[in-house]
Design a protein around this ligand. Structure first.
Ligand SMILES: C[S@@+](CC[C@H](N)C(=O)[O-])C[C@H]1O[C@@H](n2cnc3c(N)ncnc32)[C@H](O)[C@@H]1O
Ligand SMILES: [Zn+2]
Length: 370
């Protein structure tokens, strides 16, 4: 049944309840946070760039995302919305009217065709597909303007995170495997992929906010169109090596690290993946000022701390298991590591994941229980 629902500043007609027929137009209330944070990111980008923006929401479904950008963000010149599904196309037009949006253009084209028609012209390209964004990345990289901004969702987290390594290899040309940090690996593989697509057009990518939540990944990145920026991004692609015997891990430029420096066991190498920071602190702080909900504020506060250092991610449960120790409280581990002068924070990933520049051996050696 179609109903009028409110989300952010938008009132949209959307399907509510269990979707059965193929022709129903997709609307997922669980993705509200994804849209909230996207509105906040676009506000921050607009403020920092000082531009009047051309925005393209290429996979629009009901149009809720693009409509929210038009209603909630300042400095929007035009919002283009698009969906190949004819029912979605009609619904987007209806929802644009319902919200009295004057600066919208609605298309019914293949997303790649629409993007390709706008080479270098779009300030913010939003890709929010069913599953993998891979088939849209080349066209998105082409369409985004110099000093533009990208927002990319992926819901194929299982292949990227190591559950289906063959699919990841085929789709993303990257090695992944099951581990205690699968989502971190998957997210970084996706960033590296987007960076490579951009580099083809002499565009360098800087990720400003990248996260994994529920069943999806979301990446926001700034783009700069110079050959050196593109090369810098390519030079930020490497691998993450992991020793499954002692839990050691680290980022490396080349996938050549074959022996664990700690226990000499063979390591596994995931990648190619992004090996530098996946956040930009100044951008997150700007976003915090624009955050529309308490959930976003809390989320950004954690990420601002996490953004201070590009430290490897560890699962304390896994390290305790490997070393035959009882699982300690995360707070205790963080306290001891910080006292010893290490960077150590609880990651947004889970209550028992930490990011630290201490080694696995040091973490295990410092586990305390009172
Ligand atoms: C996950 S939904 C988009 C959800 C929407 N962005 C939101 O936030 O509610 C993906 C949409 O992409 C559309 N789609 C899939 N492949 C497409 C293509 N090649 N070109 C244009 N639209 C496409 C589908 O019809 C579907 O409505
Ligand atoms: Zn080892």
């Amino acid at each position: 049944m179609y109903q009028t629902v409110t989300e952010g500043a938008a009132r949209i007609k959307a399907f509510s309840g269990k979707m059965t027929k193929k022709d129903e137009v997709f609307y997922n209330t669980h993705m509200k946070f994804n849209r909230d944070i996207s509105v906040t990111a676009l506000k921050a980008y607009q403020k920092l760039s000082g531009r009047t923006l051309k925005v393209m929401d290429v996979l629009s479904a009901t149009g809720v995302r693009g409509i929210r950008y038009a209603l909630e963000c300042n400095g929007i010149d035009k919002v283009m919305m698009n969906d190949l599904n004819p029912h979605a196309f009609e619904l987007i037009k209806e929802n644009v009217k319902l919200n009295r949006i004057k600066n919208a253009e609605v298309f019914r084209l293949d997303a790649c065709e629409l993007l390709s028609r706008h080479k270098y012209l779009i300030d913010f390209v939003d890709i929010d597909p069913f599953g993998s964004p891979i088939s849209f990345l080349d066209s998105a990289a082409r369409a985004v303007s110099n000093k533009g901004f990208l927002g990319i969702t992926a819901t194929d987290t299982a292949p990227l995170s190591g559950t289906y390594p063959k699919t990841c290899r085929r789709r993303y040309g990257a090695v992944t495997f099951r581990s205690d940090i699968g989502h971190e690996i998957g997210l970084r593989i996706l960033i590296a992929n987007i960076a490579r697509e951009c580099a083809k057009y002499d565009k360098g990518l800087t990720p400003v906010l990248s996260f994994s939540m529920r069943h999806y990944f979301r990446i926001f990145a700034r783009i700069k169109k110079t050959k050196s920026a593109a090369l810098n991004a390519i030079d930020t692609i490497g691998c993450l090596w992991l020793c499954k015997k002692c839990g050691s891990r680290g980022f490396a430029k080349d996938a050549g690290t074959k022996k664990c420096p700690s226990c000499k066991n063979d390591t596994l190498n995931a990648g190619p993946l992004w090996i530098e920071n996946i956040y930009e602190k100044a951008f997150l702080e700007k976003m915090h000022g624009f955050a529309g909900t308490e959930q976003e504020k809390k989320f950004l506060e954690k990420l601002i701390i996490e953004s201070e250092k590009n430290a490897p991610l560890y699962d304390i449960h896994q390290l305790a298991k490997l070393s035959g120790k009882t699982v300690p409280r995360t707070d205790n581990v963080l306290e001891v590591l910080s006292k010893k002068g290490f960077f150590a924070i609880n990651s947004i990933t889970s209550g028992h994941h930490i990011k630290t520049d201490a080694s696995a051996k040091e973490i295990i050696g410092l586990m305390k229980y009172d």
